[in-house]
Design a binder for this molecule. Structure first.
Ligand code: ATP
Ligand code: MG
Length: 232
């Protein structure tokens, strides 16, 4: 398994109960997983634990057989090779599109950096917007730049936290399809968090539902429901 999360537990310092309780999830390389759950169910917390912004109280996270965190290890966020697109895109407002993407390309020399910026802008179909500032872009365009910035350093894992929450319904449907094509083109293993069933079904290879801090496989929930309905 490429990503392995085992028995993960976590609570915020001022909270009484565990927000994440024995969370288990395994992901194949290149798979797009969607985590579906109500507001407050702990979806963003799982992403924060994966990228190392929070430390779990128990459990193990492995990426490509390397331990990111367990009782004895903690790999720093910048060493995990994870790309993130946050809920609000979080582009740097004082930097142009090209500078925003350049920011994540620290290990590249000047020529390689320029080439990579062009590659990812081409990927998201935004080549002509290199010199623009974020406020000069539409919501959908900002979303594509945030995706380009996250993909530029060739992350081993891409995390997307409700990337469509600021888009109107028409754009959401268009970008949904684009996003899946772009991610599949790069073959990047991805976790996509949402509370929208349609987003999940349109993008994901597999849907996981969050409930009481744990993960449930969507297919097995549907099977269980069908069985229960049958019994009634
Ligand atoms: N820094 C924090 N300190 C204490 N509690 C927090 C903190 N951040 C989040 N929480 C609580 O943890 C729970 C899970 O929050 P989380 O942000 O993971 O939910 P979510 O599923 O992403 O919700 P949404 O769909 O609204 O984004 C919530 O009950 C929230 O109030
Ligand atoms: Mg959230």
């Amino acid at each position: 398994m490429f990503i392995q999360i085992e028995d993960l537990c976590f609570n915020y310092r001022n909270a009484k109960e565990n927000i994440i309780q024995n969370f288990n999830l395994s992901i194949d390389q290149g798979e797009i997983i969607s985590i579906l759950g109500e507001s407050g169910s702990g979806k963003s917390t799982i992403l924060r634990l994966l990228c190392g912004l929070e430390t779990p109280s128990c459990g193990t996270i492995r990426i490509s057989n390397n331990i990111m965190t367990d009782d004895h290890h903690f790999v720093l966020p910048e060493k995990r090779g994870i790309g993130i697109v946050f809920q609000d895109y979080a582009l740097f407002p004082h930097m142009t599109v090209s500078e925003n993407i350049k920011f994540g390309l620290k290990g590249y020399d000047r020529k390689a950096r320029k080439k990579r910026i062009e590659e990812v802008l081409d990927l998201v179909n935004m080549m002509n917007f290199m010199k623009r500032y974020p406020h000069e872009l539409s919501g959908g365009q900002q979303q594509r730049i945030a995706l380009a910035r996250a993909l530029a350093p060739k992350p081993t894992l891409l995390l997307l936290d409700e990337p469509f929450s600021n888009l109107d319904a028409d754009l959401q449907i268009k970008i949904r399809r684009e996003l899946k094509d772009i991610i599949k083109k790069t073959g990047t293993t991805s976790i996509f968090v949402t509370h929208d069933h349609e987003d999940s079904h349109a993008i994901a290879d597999r849907i996981i539902t969050m409930r009481d801090g744990a993960a449930y496989d969507w297919e097995s929930i549907c099977t269980l429901r069908r069985e229960q309905e049958h019994l009634v």
